[in-house]
Design a protein around this ligand. Sequence first.
Ligand SMILES: Cc1cc2nc3c(=O)[nH]c(=O)nc-3n(C[C@H](O)[C@H](O)[C@H](O)COP(=O)(O)OP(=O)(O)OC[C@H]3O[C@@H](n4cnc5c(N)ncnc54)[C@H](O)[C@@H]3O)c2cc1C
Length: 478
Amino acid sequence: MAKSKKKHCIVIGAGPAGMTLAVGLTNFGHKVTLIEKDAIGGDCTNTGCIPSKALLHAASLVGEAFSPTEALEYARNKAKALSEEEHKEFSEIKNLTIEQATAYIKDKSTVELTYGDGAKTALTGDLLIIAAGASPNKIDIAGVASDDLLTNETLFSLTSPPEKLAIVGAGPIGVEMATAFQKLGTQVVLFEYQNAVLPGQPPKISALVERSLTSLGVQVFTNYGVESYDKAKQSLKAGNNSDKNDVVVDHVEKILVATGRQPRTKKLGIDNLALETTKSGHIVVDANGRTSVDSVWAVGDISWLQGAPLPGTTSAAGALARRIVSKISLPYVPQSKLAPVPVAVFGSLEVASVGAFAAEPAEHILRIEVDMATTDRYYTDDVKDGFLLVDVEKLTGNIVAAALAGPRSAEVINLFSLAMAADISMYKIFKYVSTYPSYAQAVNKAADIFMSQNFNAVGSSAQAVAKAKLKKLFRFFR
Ligand SMILES: Cc1cc2nc3c(=O)[nH]c(=O)nc-3n(C[C@H](O)[C@H](O)[C@H](O)COP(=O)(O)OP(=O)(O)OC[C@H]3O[C@@H](n4cnc5c(N)ncnc54)[C@H](O)[C@@H]3O)c2cc1C
């Protein structure tokens, strides 16, 4: 009798990565046991993407559809209802067993499960996939117990907004929550250790985001590290990184820490596998999610893609999970290249980017910069701030990176992302027609500029390439 190729896959973690795997693998007929210690949906559904975006939505309707308290309740309810819906949907999937338990890896085919009542059992499988995600970094602030600091895991349990909220860290979470709470009526004070908000974004975009926060009323301190908190006086002290004075902010009721995330590899038993990990504890994987140990895979926020780290986002987790499903189910089918993963920050000025920008563009790259306020949809909607940055290869017209700030950036960036994934060059985009007047015309604007600025340069680049090829040919026949 032919040996069945169907596997029993043990998946640890039911966040976006684990859920994508569970659906994909069972669709291919594999048996999956999905282990989750908390709520189905992981950080994204319960304490991340969904409550944060729901809160941003409700906060922008405070005074119209919601009171501040109702806005917080709306965000909490959206997360809870989605998790329940996902649980129900997943319970009905054939070949999928959900185990509500904490997983501990014994070896590459054995996982110990500990249930809420303390009971234990061991599970064996053919393949092990680790999708246990990441948890918020805790920082030391003298005078305050780390458990008293808010993180994304506790923030959405607040039933009323604090009078004054200090946020430590102006990355995506810090910027989004500063926007939401300021709109709820809280006075937000945002501290960032580096010299710009959204460090890592092109400087012009960071500057625009900072301006949008301050015009909303958020007090922004870049180059400051929060040091201590006097609980009795509710005063928070932050030290400056350069030679400016320290700052003391009074009446700080709550402190939200948004200073990055660490992989949930502790207490997971990964030492029993001798897996290759990074210094930060992330599990090193290849472009198909394979770890250094045969039949063990890792994906999502707990993993680190060697050479081209993926952002810690739901879309990146889902993309790698889908590749794992293909590799396990169709091992001999070659995988396509890994598509670039766009990221977005949904502050009052929406920002999105795809690909990486060098500080200065290389000689073969044309950097296109557009003040989006000069475009027609910005004009009709009276939007003053917007910026587009695109790096394009002069010769091929291929897009290397794009970044956008302004309304609907998280939607429009997907056009650049699609072009990058499908190798659609600026020469082709030049022929593409968008609706008028739309924010998506950013793409046409970039193509127009590329064609006008690059036309002569392309001619000389193409000539140079053709000459070099002819020379080579000539040498061959000589
Ligand atoms: C505030 C916030 C906003 C965000 N907004 C966005 C956004 O807008 N867009 C976006 O793309 N991304 C966003 N993210 C990031 C996104 O939430 C994560 O990248 C995504 O959830 C990662 O998915 P994952 O499956 O790897 O991990 P997780 O979602 O963290 O899921 C892992 C699961 O594993 C479980 N687990 C851990 N250890 C064990 C164990 N030992 N046994 C059993 N179960 C275990 C955990 O309980 C968890 O449910 C946001 C994150 C935060 C914090």
